[in-house]
Design a protein around this ligand. Structure first.
Ligand code: IMP
Ligand code: MG
Length: 338
């Protein structure tokens, strides 16, 4: 059983929370991180602790889950080792031999290039320049880094074998569909495609192996860095509504706009999504906070969800109602009749 979890908007939809919940609730066997690299910051709040993950899969919260990083993902060796040590992941996490290495020079290039840092407003994590070098076929890969030797493996083989054995596998994407190099708001995008198809390619699984694609949206849209954001609220308006967030990687305040049905429809199409997860419904409707039963949501929150479901034509199966992993309404049993 393979489930792909993909961001539907401009990143920061709450993928970390959805992935960590599914990993624990479904006791997932294998989880692989796909996507770009350390430009992403996935937040997981579990047992009262907040984790901000730039490299390792959010499924780490389930100690039984084996963790992988696919060949398409950029690895910053220092950040990887730091997260592995802090979370004590040795012997349960592997990266592909062929992952591209982000080096110091890539970060310097990302931060000193005025187009990247000022116009696009990148995270400065070196992802774009490292991919440039990959395209030129001069980038280093993880198998060349001595202290990563024990972590290197053939991730495509492991994941395909896990699927052959009927194990449960989740693929975690980074960023969001609207930041895709091809399908997003170019040139204000990240340095790779971020849609579900590319997430599979990052790992090395073919499209026929995918069972479910969960597209994650937040109950409102945010973006950091440059680029269009339809119906953007002023900082003051966003502040008044309590919707201002700060970037996990960069600390920059995020720009805010209402949920955009038109863009969400496009994301559902591009990802061939089968389910929708909506996070932070409690930010729009505070009395939703920590509710775990759909019936107990306020009427306005239910209408909001039902409108999205009607417009997008696929079920909303997971609704985030707070920061903690288990602050969630899980409708999968009700809505997915299999
Ligand atoms: P880069 O990915 O660092 O090259 O940045 C390119 C654009 O994508 C900038 O607008 C970034 O703010 C945005 N971006 C990259 N990663 C994330 C993310 O994880 N969440 C939100 N925005 C991101
Ligand atoms: Mg983030």
């Amino acid at each position: 059983m393979l489930t792909v979890i993909v961001g539907g908007a401009f990143g920061d939809e709450g993928k970390g929370k959805i992935v960590s919940y599914i990993a624990l609730k479904d006791d997932v066997d294998v989880a692989a991180r796909a996507g770009v690299g350390t430009n992403a910051g996935h937040t997981v709040v579990y047992n009262g602790k907040t984790y901000r993950l730039r490299q390792v899969p959010s499924a780490f919260v389930n100690e039984r889950t084996k963790l992988y990083i696919g060949a398409g993902v950029l690895v910053d060796p220092e950040i990887f080792i730091k997260e592995v040590n802090e979370l004590n992941l040795k012997n349960r996490i592997w990266i592909d031999y062929n992952c591209t290495v982000i080096e110091e020079i890539h970060k310097i290039r990302d931060r000193s290039d005025s187009h990247l840092s000022k116009v696009v407003g990148t995270t400065g994590s070196g992802c774009g320049p490292a991919l440039e070098d990959r395209v030129k076929r001069i980038a280093k890969t993880c198998k060349e880094i001595d202290f990563l030797k024990d972590f290197c493996d053939d991730v495509a083989l492991r994941i395909n074998h896990a699927l052959d054995k009927k194990l449960s596998v989740i693929i975690e994407g980074t960023q969001g569909t609207l930041l895709s190099l091809y399908h997003g708001t170019y040139p204000y995008v990240t340095s790779k495609d971020t849609s579900a198809s590319s997430l599979c390619a990052d790992i090395g699984v073919g499209p026929k192996r995918v069972d479910e694609v969960i597209v994650v949206f937040k109950s409102y849209f945010t973006r950091v860095g440059g680029g269009p954001l339809e119906n953007e609220l002023s900082f003051e308006e966003a502040k008044k509504l309590n919707l201002v967030e700060y970037g996990t990687v960069t600390g920059r305040p995020r720009r805010v706009a209402p949920f955009n049905i038109k863009l969400a429809k496009r994301s559902v199409m591009i990802n061939s999504a089968t389910q929708i997860a909506i996070t932070k419904i409690d930010a729009l409707y505070p009395s939703s906070n920590k509710i775990t039963e759909y019936e107990k949501l306020p009427k306005e929150a239910k209408e909001f969800i039902e409108n999205i479901e009607a417009e997008l034509g696929i079920p909303v199966t997971l609704i985030g109602t707070g920061n903690e992993v288990f602050d969630i309404i899980d409708l999968r049993k009700v809505k997915l009749r299999k």
